[in-house]
Structure formats: structure tokens, C-alpha cells
Design a protein around this ligand. Sequence first.
Ligand SMILES: NC(=O)c1ccc[n+]([C@@H]2O[C@H](COP(=O)([O-])OP(=O)(O)OC[C@H]3O[C@@H](n4cnc5c(N)ncnc54)[C@H](OP(=O)(O)O)[C@@H]3O)[C@@H](O)[C@H]2O)c1
Length: 344
Amino acid sequence: MSAKPFPDRMKAVVLDSYTGAQALRLEERPVPKPGQDQVLVKVAASPINPSDLSFIHGLYGFQKPLPVVPGMEGSGTVVAAGSGLMARYLQGKRVACVSQSRGDGVWAEYALIASNSVLPLDSSVSLEQGAMSVVNPLTAVALLTIAEQGGHKAIVNTAAAGALGQMINRLGLSQGIRVINIVRREAQVDLLKQQGATDVLNSSSSDFAQQLRDLCHQYRVRLAFDAISGPMTVQLLDAMPPHSRVTIYGGFSLEAAPVWPGQVIFEDKAVDGFWLSAWMGEHNLLQNLLIWRRAQKLLPTVLRSEIRARYPLEAAAKALADYQDTMTGGKVLLVPAAEDPPLE
Ligand SMILES: NC(=O)c1ccc[n+]([C@@H]2O[C@H](COP(=O)([O-])OP(=O)(O)OC[C@H]3O[C@@H](n4cnc5c(N)ncnc54)[C@H](OP(=O)(O)O)[C@@H]3O)[C@@H](O)[C@H]2O)c1
């Protein structure tokens, strides 16, 4: 009889209350068994994303019963499959995976994932890049698609020096859509300019509001993607001409975005939101697979993510502190087998 490809017990990071990193602990627990339409993934790596920070503070789009294993996305190898055609097809494959609104996430040695939330990786994509291949790359594709479908030749994006911001800038350049990047430090201006960005504004500059207004009017920008919300959303609405829209996709400021009645009534300005899960839900399986294939091809270039640090599961709280300390400059990965040879 051949040996089972995984042990009976595993290490997992567990969240006990929605109060942030202080509520995380390492636990040893049984390796779960895949049921109908589920696979068991031996996790190779998982990034800490802003959505993970929101989740552990109870601020994400859903809360799960506690205790729970956090971790929204990751990569690994399918080591066991439950019943179901798709699950069996995935057996043995290198995959990217995302956790669902129910059940445990991927900050563990093994993760149980619904087979429709698992995507096979191209052989050209490393497990580390694969771990960061869903949330940000697909959001970049989605936002540029929205811009393109709306006929926008120029857009604004905030928090532009982050991993997603860099992707949006590079994808915009490659699609001929002008991206006005907003960052908050001078070093971030240099970072984006080195990547070919044509327009980068520093929101800390004293004349930021005027510069933004000038560029928005010069390029007739009527669409802004905003990861900050609060006063930034107000500045974006103020800067753009009538019939403009701010699409909020993140809330770094943790503040509400007040809107002047006159702007929505007389100037036809609007604020709406974007959530990747909802956007993917508007597409059928084939469309989503085509989006995935396109993103995979771009992963080594315009949709790549830099990596700043790797931590084992035992150091999850330290990894979170490191990530929050410096968000620009690359993702912090949780790598369950950090002591093993580098990932392929
Ligand atoms: N809605 C969706 O479906 C969806 C999907 C994917 C991503 N997102 C959102 O996209 C955003 C970017 O994600 P990411 O993975 O690119 O993050 P990231 O790589 O960690 O980068 C975050 C960037 O935002 C900057 N930043 C942080 N707090 C800020 C603040 N209060 N004001 C201005 N800038 C701030 C950071 O600059 P410093 O280094 O100066 O801190 C950094 O450059 C997040 O809000 C995330 O939730 C949303």
C-alpha cells in the first residue's frame, strides 16, 4: 500500500476574536478531509493582503464563526480530492486558491478549498507568484476592463505604489489608458516613475489639490479608483469634471466619504464600490477562466508582485507587524515550510 501523501495533523494559524494580530495563535489540529467538490491543498505560500488585515479586525465583507484560520489567498499542491469531477481533475496539480466566505482560510499547512475556488497554475508561474495571482492581478484586470468598457482614456488611482497600484499602472500603460497615480510619499513617486508611470502625484504636497484638478481637466478624467476613501474620495470628486465617478475599492483611511448634494444633483458625480468577488460573480465560468488565463500570462510581467519577506506560520503575528510597518516595497508571505528548500 502506498504511503498517504500528507500527515494526520498540521499546524494552523487561528484567530480567536476579531481584534487583530493579538488574537492569533498557532494550533496543532487534524488535517481536514475533503468532501464533495472539495480539495485538500498542501499550502506553499500565502501573502498578507489588506483584506486579511480587514478580516482579522472584523471589517471585511463577511465574518466567520470563531475560532477560524485566516488567509484569503495562497498557492500549493492538491494532495487529496473529494468526489466531484472538478475536484478529481485537480488532484496532484499546482494551484492558486482562495478561501470562501465560510470555513477556514489558508494560513495553515493544509487547507480545504471548494474546487470552484481553486485555479490550476501555468507551469511558467512559480508557487510564490501563484500565491499572489488572484486577488490583486484579477482586480487590476477588472478595473482596467471597467475603464475600457466605459470608454475612459484616462483614470486616477490612489494608493498607487502598493502591489495592486503598480499592476494598475503597468496594465494601464500596456493598454493605452493613462493612469494618474496618487501616492503619499516622495520615494513612492520615484518607484512608479522607474516603472514608466507618466503621471504621479504626491498627496502630501501642498499644491496636490490643484495639480490633481489640472490633470483631471487636461485629460478629461471621469473615473477614479480609490483604495483610501474618506477625505481622498472628496478630493477626487472635487478634482474631476461633471459626470465623473469615484469607485471605492478599499478603505485605508477607515473614514466615511461625505458627498456634497450639489455634486450628485447638479454635476452628476457619483460614488460607487468595487468588490472582486461580486465582479467575478457577474461573469460565467468560461469568462472567468479566460480572465484567469489572461492574468496568468501577464503574471511574470505587468501583473507581478514583489516579495519583501517570508515568515513561517509560527511568526504570523510578527509577519503582520512587519507588513503593516511598511506596505510599499513588496508582499510579506507566510510560508508554512519556510525551512524547506526554496519553492519552485
Ligand atoms: N475591492 C476589492 O475587490 C479589492 C481587491 C484587491 C485589493 N483591494 C484593495 O486594494 C488596496 C491595495 O492593496 P495592495 O495589496 O496593493 O496593498 P499593498 O501592496 O499593501 O500596498 C498598500 C499601499 O497603500 C498605501 N497606503 C496604506 N495606507 C494608506 C493610507 N491611509 N493613505 C494612503 N496610502 C496608504 C501604502 O503606502 P505606505 O507604504 O506609505 O503605507 C502602500 O503603498 C487595498 O485597499 C485592498 O483592500 C481591493
